[in-house]
Ligand binder design. Structure first.
Ligand code: F6P
Length: 323
């Protein structure tokens, strides 16, 4: 490969900038020409390329969001959109793409590679941690810490008022943020889509908490929880326990922002570097990941089809420790 382009796509994640910096500087180190593409796949379609060198990424390792901007491109889902994107890459002589994002981004990369043969490599950037082929995705650690700090603050007011709080965290269909932030903040219950929950179980937990003398509590709910919306859960609980003073807090996009944690900066640096090296080694349609501290390359198709398992042991520990 001689000329590569890099973009960030899908939901932004803290550490995307650090990954971009690693891609640009590794490319420079190995004398590859590097272009940044604005707004993900939309930039490929709209011919929005910009030449990037080591100074274009100065000081961005500390910054949240993505300086290239991101988008969930609807146009790229159409054959015409992808054709236009390919023409633009061809015109500029781009022979490989580094795609930083989550499963939607990888689905796009996979189909683009299969249709037009352009080389693609994925770098997993999403707060959800729902990508197979890497122990952690870039942004997950920062989002977890953001959620933890927010729940800690909710704990203060919950305790002062003897209240029950239902707190919703992000994760799309995955419960990683909920499970780990819940354990880290002493939630009495953690509801995640990977686990079959019932309202009866939740009520039993409240009863146990009461018997143990707890006057306030926090239930962490993953946004993908199948039992019902957080408001339905709060309503059902109020019906079952009319004396409870219940509040709901949805943490939302606060979890996507902020300066990346040290772990995310290091991971992003490793994976951005590994993506460029992988391309130079002739790899394509794979994702660079880190498993047990080793760089591994997983076929993109596998990375989006398979799922990392949640650790049921963590749920059990949380159950024992919370009350
Ligand atoms: O994939 C990251 C994520 O933040 C999910 O946790 C959430 O379900 C979704 O993106 C929200 O998407 P949007 O920012 O488009 O509302």
């Amino acid at each position: 490969v001689k000329k590569i382009a890099v973009f960030t796509s899908g939901g932004d994640a803290p550490g995307m900038n650090a990954a971009l910096r690693a891609v640009v500087r590794t490319a420079n180190h190995y004398n590859l020409e590097c272009y940044g593409v604005r707004e993900g796949y939309n930039g490929l379609i709209n011919n929005d390329f910009t030449r990037m060198g080591p100074r274009s990424v100065k000081n961005i390792i500390t910054e949240g969001g993505t300086i290239l901007k991101s988008a969930r491109s609807l146009e790229f889902k159409t054959k015409e959109g992808r054709q236009a994107a390919y023409e633009n890459c061809k015109k500029l002589g781009i022979d490989a793409l580094v795609c930083i994002g989550g499963d939607g981004t990888f689905r796009g990369a996979n189909i683009f590679n299969e249709e037009f043969g352009i080389k693609v490599i994925g770098v997993p950037g999403t707060i959800d941690n729902d990508i197979f082929g890497t122990d952690n995705t870039i942004g997950y650690d920062t989002a977890l810490n953001t959620a933890m700090e927010a729940i800690d603050k909710i704990r203060d007011t919950a305790t002062s008022h003897n209240r029950v709080f239902f707190v919703e965290v992000m994760g799309r269909d995955a419960g990683f943020i909920a499970l780990n932030s819940g354990l880290a903040t002493g939630a009495i219950d953690i509801l995640i889509p990977e686990q079959k929950d019932s309202i009866e179980d939740l009520f039993r937990t409240f009863e146990r908490a009461e018997k143990a003398g707890k006057a306030s509590s926090i239930v962490v709910v993953a946004e993908g929880e199948k039992l019902g919306s957080i408001y339905d859960l709060a309503k059902a609980t109020k019906a079952g326990f009319p004396d409870y003073d219940i509040r709901v807090a949805v943490l939302g996009h606060i979890q996507r922002g902020g300066s990346p944690s040290c772990a995310d900066r290091v991971l992003a640096s490793q994976l951005g570097y590994a993506a460029v090296v992988g391309l130079m080694e002739g790899r394509t349609n794979v994702m660079a990941g880190l498993k047990s501290n080793q760089i591994v390359y997983t076929p993109i198709e596998e990375a989006i089809k398979k799922h990392n398992e949640i650790d049921p042991g963590l749920l059990k520990i949380s159950e024992i420790l919370a009350i």
